[in-house]
Design a protein around this ligand. Structure first.
Ligand code: MG
Length: 353
């Protein structure tokens, strides 16, 4: 299978390449893109020999173009769109961060590529448009987000009309423990504490989103679009061990859950090999001596999640607006312009219901 990977230098991108490395007879890379990490991209070009790459940042693209590379180098958003539509690409892994992923993903759908979607902002900000086009073009959108991959797998157990409720699990992030992190202490939380997720190793933006639980709010909206669910049909369940990646309750009272190690490669590989399951050498989960807890989220402690659920319910322009304000707020936090608790304040103040 020929792959174009949008965002190949990020967390999902590098893990996708790790899979390609493990199954060279199954996957071939034809296109790669990065925002600005050209040194890593260069190494990936040498190892995977894509026919073309794109660099979002124009200055960095110009720098890369000066090198004597074996592949074409495109730049900017048009470059990303080019890589998303490469003739040889059969599946496009959309793993860029933020709403910048929308146009390339739409272009890939337009060209009838199978989509392995890790970029949740695409569905949050443009879900209706993306799903409608995918339907028109008869294109499969396969989730790479671990929770959505879990729901997708659980849904194979029953029909749409048999779903009672989808349980979207959340780790709760690094500040879940109220005793260790009372609200008072969260006021002065350091960036390194926020970026220190207990279970998952991810990029900076999603790690901050995970600490505020905005990530779960975005995933809630993502799930509504992917599986055509109303907000009443999804329930968020905090599960600090991150072993149950989500579950679906059916009308007969059976709850089917997907359980595995918190290793994104499971979700990536399943999206790439669906409907087959591919044997692999990832460290397996040992169920012995595991304790699984499930708790209701405290919305007062997680104002970002509360805002996201309100936007999910309201629909219309609100999810896109929420997503944009969150991207701004997280960038400001990572740039030391606002504190951790000011992230939700920043969004709330600009979000007029
Ligand atoms: Mg997730």
């Amino acid at each position: 299978m020929n792959l174009s990977i949008l965002g190949s230098t990020g967390s999902i991108g590098t893990q996708t390449l790790d899979i390609v490395r493990g199954f060279p007879e199954k996957f071939k890379v034809v296109g790669l893109t990065t925002n600005r990490q050209i040194n890593l991209l260069k190494k990936q070009i040498v190892e995977f020999e894509p026919e073309a790459v794109a660099v979002m940042n124009e200055a960095k693209a110009a720098e890369l173009k000066k090198e004597n590379l074996s592949c074409k180098v495109y730049s900017g958003l048009d470059g990303l769109i080019k890589i998303a539509s490469l003739e040889k690409a059969e599946t496009v892994v959309s793993a860029v961060v933020g709403e910048i992923g929308i146009k390339p993903t739409l272009a890939a759908i337009e060209h009838q590529k199978t989509i392995a979607l890790a970029n949740k902002e695409t569905l949050v900000a443009a879900g209706e448009k993306v799903m409608k086009l995918a339907k028109e073009k008869n294109v499969e959108i396969r989730p790479v987000d671990s929770e959505h991959s879990a729901i997708w797998q659980c849904l194979r157990s029953g029909k749409r009309s048999e779903i009672k409720k989808v349980c979207l699990t959340a780790s709760g992030g690094p500040f879940w423990d109220k005793a260790k992190w009372p609200l008072e202490k969260l006021k002065n939380v350091a960036k390194k504490d926020v970026l220190n997720h207990p279970n998952w190793d991810m990029g900076a933006k999603i790690t901050v989103d995970s600490a505020t639980m905005m990530n779960k709010g975005l995933e809630f909206i993502e799930a509504m679009h992917l599986f055509d669910l109303s907000s009443e049909e999804i329930e968020i369940v905090v599960h600090p061990q991150s072993l149950v990646h989500s579950a679906v309750e059916f009308v007969d009272g059976s709850i089917i859950a997907q359980v595995s190690k918190p290793d994104m490669r499971h979700a990536i590989l399943y999206a790439l090999t669906y409907p087959e399951r591919q044997a692999n050498d990832f460290a397996p989960l040992n169920l012995f001596n595991q304790t699984l807890e499930f708790v209701k989220p405290d919305l007062e402690r997680y104002p970002c999640l509360k805002l996201a659920l309100e936007c999910a319910k309201k629909g219309g322009e609100f999810p896109a607006k929420l997503n944009r304000l969150n991207e701004e707020a997280v960038a400001k936090f990572l740039n030391d312009e606002i504190t951790f608790l000011e992230i939700s304040e920043y969004i709330q103040n600009k979000l007029v219901f």
